[in-house]
Design a protein around this ligand. Structure first.
Ligand SMILES: C[S@@+](CC[C@H](N)C(=O)[O-])C[C@H]1O[C@@H](n2cnc3c(N)ncnc32)[C@H](O)[C@@H]1O
Length: 476
């Protein structure tokens, strides 16, 4: 086989790291595949690169459906955010669990005594999202004979420049879908055009609906190019009348904003102007309250977040009794969802977080929950750690690390190893960087991994979270 060859009838074996697929060529070499498929479906591939021991290829078409594929109700549609919808949930969790097992294979000599727990499933597999982001746009393609000036919905799977109209988002609950449909109808009748990122012209950009799963309070956020020349007082007045009608119909909408989003990047940003109701909505996680404003960072699956944090707390408590004199370092603290739930067990908490706004949210959340033992550090973990280590604190320190997808900075991982706290809880959203960082933490036989628990964060997506507990090896 050579570059650009088309090969047919190739069976997809499994998902591998980097969210690519694996198959085997006739000569026994492995094929690493990009594109969208379901394990055991048969596909047509185009060879992109030929290596000595493997090929890289791209999916051109799915020719035979996988036996795993399930029939979907007619009103369910697959968008970019729910690509696994056609895979039964049980199969999804099996794929994810196997992925974690395979990721840890490289550490097999160091995990003989590790307990690998079953995956913690999401409490809800549909309508679990507490934040849904819809986009407006046009879709014009001479090749497909399409000229559609007004689309409102989601990006098509893997296609960032193409929006497909949404009929029903299965990850959002019925109320969010009803609100979406009302806004859809209104915006189409408004005569204001959708925004075109290529020219910077047009008005409608994004609609974000945030909904507290515990209190039911809902926030509606319009993101629009308010520099659009035909956006005037009249149009603003019309929008306000629409919002009035909408909030009368759905009284759980307690907050409505418009974001003056005039930049070119396709992101939900801009000055937030409150058009109706209160400035925040309130969510609860394990009896703690969190105030959410339009730009707040917050886990998008509230019920799942409770499971993740309970898993973390239970593992943390596993062998050590929580002593009030302990110090907790949350090295990627975000808005404090983890440390808020743990702070009462510790004398002092340090929340190290790079993004200032996330730290600010954390401060608000601490006050709201009457927590006063947290110090906020707005720095990179890798830059803050050496100074902390130099202080040589005498009290035992528990470490929680929950880094972004890229994992930890190697310098920070080395510093953690040198620091030598008794317990490290590593929460990860990327098995590849998790294992890479663990390899460093397991150097020098200082730590052992006692537990590994996969937690399913987003059903119908490839995302998987893993909680790992490391314990310092007691040397005689
Ligand atoms: C996965 S999130 C943490 C989630 C959080 N622990 C929770 O409550 O669920 C990772 C966080 O690390 C922050 N971050 C990224 N790089 C960082 C760095 N070098 N130092 C400190 N924080 C960083 C990000 O801004 C983000 O808030």
């Amino acid at each position: 086989m050579k570059k650009n060859d088309i090969i047919e009838n190739v069976e997809i074996e499994k998902l591998i790291f980097g969210w690519q697929w694996l198959a085997t060529a006739e000569d026994g070499r492995k094929i690493i595949i990009t594109g969208w498929a379901i394990p055991r479906s048969k596909v047509t591939l185009r060879i992109l690169k030929v290596h000595k021991n493997r090929f890289e290829a791209q999916i051109m078409a799915v020719t035979t459906r996988s036996p795993y594929e399930r029939e979907l109700p007619t009103h369910w549609q697959i968008y970019g955010g729910c690509k696994w919808l056609a895979i039964p949930y049980k199969v999804q969790t099996e794929i994810k669990e196997n992925q974690i097992k395979e990721a840890f294979h490289i550490l097999k000599d160091k995990t003989e005594s590790t307990q690998f727990h079953s995956i913690v499933e999401s409490p809800e597999t549909e309508w679990y999202r507490n934040k849904v982001e819809f986009s407006w746009g046009k879709y014009i393609s001479a090749k497909e004979w399409v000229h559609d000036e007004f689309r409102f919905g989601f990006h098509a799977p893997g296609q960032f420049d193409r929006i497909i109209n949404c009929t029903h988002c299965i990850l959002a609950d019925d109320r969010v879908n009803e609100i979406f449909r009302s806004v859809d109808e209104y915006s189409r009748l408004s005569w204001l055009p959708t925004y075109d990122p290529k020219t910077g012209e047009g008005f409608w950009r994004h609609l974000v609906i945030r909904q507290s799963k515990k209190t039911g309070e809902t926030m509606v956020i319009f993101s629009a190019n308010t520099n659009y020349p035909h956006w005037s007082r009249k149009e603003e007045w019309d929008l306000r009348i629409f919002i009035n009608t909408l909030t009368q119909k759905y009284n759980d909408i307690v907050s409505v904003y418009i974001l003056y989003n005039t930049g070119r990047a396709d992101i939900v940003t801009g000055e937030a102007i409150l058009l109706h109701g209160k400035s925040t909505i309130t969510e609860e996680l394990l009896w703690n309250r969190f105030e959410i404003h339009p730009k707040s960072f917050f886990q998008t699956n509230s019920l799942w977040a409770e499971k993740l944090y309970t898993t973390t707390i239970n593992l943390l408590d596993k062998k050590e009794s929580s002593t009030p004199s302990w110090i907790l370092l949350d090295l990627y603290g975000w808005t404090g969802t983890i440390w808020i739930l743990l702070s009462q067990h510790f004398k002092k908490v340090y929340s190290v977080e790079l993004v200032k706004e996330a730290s600010e949210d954390g401060k608000r959340n601490a006050l709201l929950n009457n927590i006063h033992n947290v110090e906020f550090i707005n720095m990179k973990t890798e830059e803050w750690l050496p100074g902390f280590i130099e202080q040589k604190v005498n009290e035992p320190v528990t470490l929680i690390v929950d880094p972004p997808r890229d994992g930890m900075h190697p310098k920070a991982t080395k510093d953690l190893l040198a620091f030598g706290s008794d317990i490290i809880m590593y929460v990860s959203c990327n098995p590849a960087t998790l294992v890479r960082d663990l390899m460093i933490l397991l150097e020098e036989n200082t730590y052992m991994i006692t537990d590994v628990t996969p937690v399913d964060m987003f059903p119908h997506t490839h995302h998987i979270e893993t909680v790992v507990r490391l314990e310092k090896i007691k040397k005689n």
